[in-house]
Design a binder for this molecule. Structure first.
Ligand SMILES: C[S@@+](CC[C@H](N)C(=O)[O-])C[C@H]1O[C@@H](n2cnc3c(N)ncnc32)[C@H](O)[C@@H]1O
Length: 459
């Protein structure tokens, strides 16, 4: 199997499956014997096509001279794969991008479409020039952020005019659904929205949290340096940011539990809770355990943590992660549909709620297409309920940290404000917004103090 064939198969499966694209890639790569270079290429192709789908459509569709509904889904995947290589991968020569992709028509079971794919991709190839500009425009394709934003010059305009139709340009150029482009353009304006667009279309950096129980950041960094791997410390004292991507399991110290993969913004959350040895802590939305294990590390492995989640399979990952990192004192509890979380009382609680994931669109490329604006109402209701449940289970004077990986105010400070208004004496002690790209994913946390007298609803 070639890298392009593997990518076409993963794209096909991603349409019919609910899981994360990253998991589908892992699954496929575990079955296909590909070289490390080809594995990187598969990942680049799949993530790129899913992220840039709307942009690729803008380049391809004008050259498809049949009703779009008559084109098989697998052929759209092939056309997107070809257009992605032509427009966004400067290391793939144009002739290879066209010829190798054309041969995928047979792989997806449609050899009769070879001529059609060839015809469309040749037209797309003619559009793509080798020139770049720093100015957006209808013939300027957002390419990468680099030191300065770069736009690839197209031979003819294919995108909406960013002056006359800024939302249309953001949606087509940065590949967002129209509703999200409308929402973010209104909130952030042209330039900040474009900055987010570049950030969410690039491969996010790999961050790890060094495991305080096993090593310290400097020793682990030296271990990496000895293996010729470059990583820089971030502002969180356990954080390291890798200069390049690496298969995580091949990194030094993986089996020994020297680190956990965790984005920098996520590391801030358990630290905001400041767990102490001897604390009994409720982790209400715990799986896959990134923050549970961090809480345990920060409490010197001497906290009792009740890690709850309704998802049994993801809870197994909590247990496995605890084992690898040498974490003790974590009890996992599967929450039943409609059932109550453990009663407590707890010294502290973490509520890392299910959310829209709009702060992590780069890492979760499928989210931008799956998320619908109608889902916010349900999410916010669930987030509010979970935060109240957590507060009710914490002792007077205890602390609750609420967090999301969303950048939508109504899922963040909006939920917190509603709960603070509803529960007498509950106070907001501190909050933090992680801005995407500065330096990592987007997200939010708030630390709330439960009053010394147990809170009661206001009315
Ligand atoms: C953002 S993830 C948690 C990530 C985790 N804290 C970490 O750091 O690895 C949200 C979790 O909430 C869980 N969840 C969904 N519905 C829930 C509910 N009603 N009560 C508690 N957890 C829920 C999901 O299964 C998911 O694992």
């Amino acid at each position: 199997m070639t890298a392009r064939q593997a990518a076409a198969d993963i794209l096909h499966r991603s349409v019919s499956r609910d899981g994360f694209v990253a998991d589908l890639i892992d699954d496929q790569l575990a079955r296909a014997p590909l070289s490390p270079q080809d594995r990187r290429f598969v990942t680049q192709l799949v993530f790129g096509v899913v992220r840039r789908r709307a942009t690729l459509d803008a380049l391809v569709r004008p050259f498809v001279n049949r009703a779009p509904s008559t084109v098989d889904d697998r052929l759209w995947d092939v056309l997107h794969l070809g257009a992605f290589q032509l427009a966004f991968l400067t290391h793939v020569p144009k002739h290879a991008a066209v010829n190798e992709t054309v041969s995928l028509a047979a792989h997806v079971g449609l050899p009769q479409a070879t001529g059609f794919v060839n015809g469309v991709l040749r037209r797309v190839a003619d559009l793509i020039t080798d020139a770049f500009t720093e100015t957006p425009g209808p013939a300027a394709l957002p390419f990468d952020a680099g030191a300065e934003p770069r736009f690839r010059v197209l031979a003819v305009p294919m995108l909406p005019d960013p002056v006359a139709d800024p939302v249309g340009y953001l949606a087509a150029g940065f590949s967002w659904p129209k509703w999200l482009a409308t929402r973010w353009h209104a909130r952030y304006g042209d330039w900040e929205a474009a900055r987010l667009g570049f950030w969410f279309n690039a491969a996010p950096p790999l961050w790890v949290r060094t495991n305080k129980l096993r090593t310290d950041r400097e020793s682990y960094r030296l271990q990496l340096a000895a293996a010729m791997i470059d990583a820089e410390p971030g502002s969180h004292p356990q954080s390291l940011r890798f200069a390049e991507h690496h298969p995580v399991r091949d990194l030094p110290g993986y089996a020994a539990g020297d680190f956990a993969v965790q984005d920098h913004s996520s590391m801030l959350v358990a630290s905001a809770l400041n767990p102490q040895p001897g604390n009994r802590i409720l982790d209400l939305c715990a799986a896959p355990g990134g923050k549970t294990t961090h809480l345990a590390e920060l409490a010197d492995n001497r906290a009792k943590i009740v890690a709850c989640d309704p998802d049994a399979r993801r809870l197994e990952t909590v247990t496995a992660l605890c084992q690898r990192l040498g974490i003790k004192g974590v009890e996992t509890v599967q929450l039943k549909e409609g059932g109550d979380p453990p009663a407590g009382p707890f010294d502290a609680a973490l509520v890392d709620v299910p959310c829209s994931n709009t702060g992590v669109l780069g890492r979760r490329p499928e989210v931008r297409w799956r998320l619908k604006p109608t889902e916010f109402e349900h999410l916010i209701r669930l987030q509010t309920k979970l935060l109240i449940q957590a507060v009710e289970r914490v002792k007077p004077g205890g602390v609750v940290v609420y967090s999301t990986c969303s950048i939508e105010p109504d899922e963040n400070e909006g939920v917190v404000a509603v709960v603070v208004r509803a529960l007498r004496g509950l106070t907001l002690e501190a909050e933090h917004h992680s801005v995407p790209g500065r330096p990592s994913d987007g997200g939010y946390w708030a630390r709330l103090r439960v009053p010394r007298v147990a809170p009661h609803p206001r009315s």
